[in-house]
Design a protein around this ligand. Structure first.
Ligand SMILES: Cc1cc2nc3c(=O)[nH]c(=O)nc-3n(C[C@H](O)[C@H](O)[C@H](O)COP(=O)(O)OP(=O)(O)OC[C@H]3O[C@@H](n4cnc5c(N)ncnc54)[C@H](O)[C@@H]3O)c2cc1C
Length: 367
C-alpha cells in the first residue's frame, strides 16, 4: 500500500490521488489511429550565461535578451521586466521615442507586452511568427533547465518575477498549477519553491500503481506554449503593435530600421546580426500523442511527460552543442525511444535495467 501521497492543493486545482492513493498512469501505447507526431527545435543555449544587457550597435541602442536555452518560457516575463527597465532608461537618450523588438518568440512577445506600458510605439520584426518559432516547440514546464547563469541574485529575481506573472495570468494564458513527480532530486525544479511555489516533498513511494520507487513531488506550473503565444500575439495586435516580417542578414540590416532603440530577442538567430561564439543550438525533440485530459500532473526523470490540453507530450532529449547537431529535423527513431523509455518507467521498470538506462543516454535528466 502506498505511503499516502496526500497532495497539498495550492493555487489552481492540482491532481488528486484516487482512493487507493494512486494517480492515473498515462496510456503510452502506440495506436495506428493516432500515431505520434514528432517535432524538434534548437534551444538557444549560451555558454556561461544567457545575455540580458544594454549596449550600442552602430547608431542604435540595443537591449540584448537571448540565450535562454531550455528555459525561455520559464524566464520570459522575468526577463521582460528587466528589458522594460533598460528600455525606459535608453529612451531618455533618444529624440524619436520608438522601439523595435526583433524576434517574435516568447522573449519578443513578452518584452513587447511590457514595453507597451511605456506608452511608446512598439513594432515587432521577425522572420517567423507563432506557431512557427522555437518557442512553439517548447514542452511548457516552468523550470529553469538547460540554461546557464552567472549572477545568482539576478537569476532568482528574474525567476520570482516570471513565476508571479505566469501565475497571475492563469488559465487564459495556458498556465496551470501542477505537481512534477520525479525519482530524483531536481535542482532546476528547486527554483520553483524559491520563486513562489510550495516546498517540494520527499515521498517514500511515487503515487503510480506500477512505480515502487521513492521520489519527490515538486509543485510547479505548466505553461502551455500554444495557448500562451497565441494569446500574447492576439493581445499585442489588438493593442496596435505592428508585426512585420523581416529577415536580418547582418549588422547593416538592423541599422536600416527607423527605431533608435532595439530589443534583440532573436534567440539563436541573434548570431546572424551580432556574432557570439558562446551561443549554440541544443537540439530537443518531443513526441506528441493524443491528449489525455484526466492527467493533471507532470513527470520528469529519464525523459519527461507533460499532459497538455492539445497533446500528451513526451520529451526530454538534449543533444550537445556541436555544429553537426544544429539541425532541427525531428528524428522519429529518437521520438519512439523516448516514448518507450517513459512507458517503461510507468510500467514499473525503475530502477531502469542497464540496457534501458544506456538507451536513455540522449535523455538528459535536466532537460
Ligand atoms: C524540445 C524543446 C522543449 C522545450 N521545453 C521548454 C520548457 O518546457 N520550458 C521552457 O521554459 N522552455 C522550454 N524550451 C526552451 C524554449 O523553447 C526556448 O528557450 C525559447 O523558445 C526561446 O525563445 P526566444 O524567443 O528567445 O527564441 P525563438 O522562439 O527562437 O524566437 C526567435 C524569434 O527571432 C526570429 N529570428 C531569428 N533569427 C532571425 C533573423 N535573422 N531575422 C529575423 N528574425 C529572426 C525568429 O523568427 C523568431 O520570431 C524548450 C525547447 C525545446 C527545443
Amino acid at each position: 500500500m502506498l505511503a499516502a501521497p496526500g497532495l497539498v492543493a495550492s493555487g489552481l486545482a492540482r491532481a488528486q490521488p484516487s482512493e487507493a492513493g494512486f494517480l492515473p498512469s498515462p496510456d503510452l501505447s502506440i495506436s495506428p489511429e493516432h500515431p505520434p507526431r514528432f517535432i524538434a527545435g534548437l534551444r538557444p543555449w549560451r555558454r556561461g550565461t544567457f545575455r540580458l544587457e544594454p549596449g550600442v550597435s552602430g547608431d542604435k541602442l540595443v537591449v540584448h535578451n537571448y540565450g535562454h536555452g531550455g528555459a525561455g518560457i520559464t524566464m520570459s516575463w522575468g526577463c521582460a521586466v528587466e528589458v522594460r527597465t533598460y528600455v525606459a532608461a535608453l529612451l531618455e537618450a533618444v529624440k524619436t521615442r520608438k522601439v523595435a523588438v526583433l524576434g517574435a518568440g516568447v522573449m519578443g512577445l513578452t518584452a513587447a507586452t511590457l514595453l507597451r506600458e511605456l506608452d511608446v510605439p512598439v513594432t515587432i520584426y521577425a522572420e517567423k511568427f507563432t506557431p512557427h518559432t522555437t518557442s512553439d516547440v517548447a514542452g511548457g514546464q516552468w523550470a529553469p533547465s538547460v540554461v546557464e547563469h552567472a549572477d545568482e541574485v539576478r537569476f532568482r529575481r528574474i525567476l520570482r518575477n516570471a513565476w508571479a506573472m505566469h501565475q497571475n495570468l492563469g488559465a487564459g494564458f495556458g498556465v496551470s498549477a501542477r505537481d512534477n513527480y520525479t525519482f530524483r532530486k531536481a535542482n532546476e525544479l528547486r527554483y520553483a519553491a524559491l520563486s513562489g511555489a510550495a516546498e517540494p516533498q520527499q515521498l517514500s513511494r511515487l503515487p503510480f500503481a506500477n512505480i515502487t520507487h521513492d521520489g519527490w513531488r515538486y509543485p510547479t506550473l505548466l505553461v502551455e506554449p500554444p495557448i500562451l503565444l497565441k494569446r500574447l500575439s492576439e493581445n499585442l495586435q489588438a493593442s496596435g503593435v505592428e508585426m512585420k516580417t523581416m529577415s536580418f542578414k547582418g549588422a547593416a540590416s538592423v541599422q536600416a530600421l527607423e527605431e533608435p532603440v532595439l530589443v534583440n530577442c532573436l534567440g539563436l538567430g541573434s548570431r546572424k546580426v551580432w556574432p557570439d561564439e558562446a551561443l549554440h543550438g541544443r537540439k530537443g525533440q518531443l513526441a506528441l500523442l493524443k491528449a489525455q485530459p484526466h492527467l493533471k500532473y507532470l513527470y520528469s526523470g529519464i525523459g519527461y511527460l507533460f499532459p497538455r490540453q492539445d497533446h500528451l507530450v513526451v520529451g526530454g532529449s538534449v543533444e550537445y552543442p556541436s555544429t553537426i547537431n544544429e539541425d532541427d529535423t525531428p528524428d522519429p527513431v529518437m521520438g519512439m525511444q523516448m516514448i518507450r523509455i517513459v512507458k517503461a518507467v510507468f510500467d514499473g521498470a525503475l530502477p531502469l535495467p542497464p540496457w534501458l538506462a544506456g538507451a536513455g543516454g540522449g535523455l538528459d535528466p535536466d532537460s
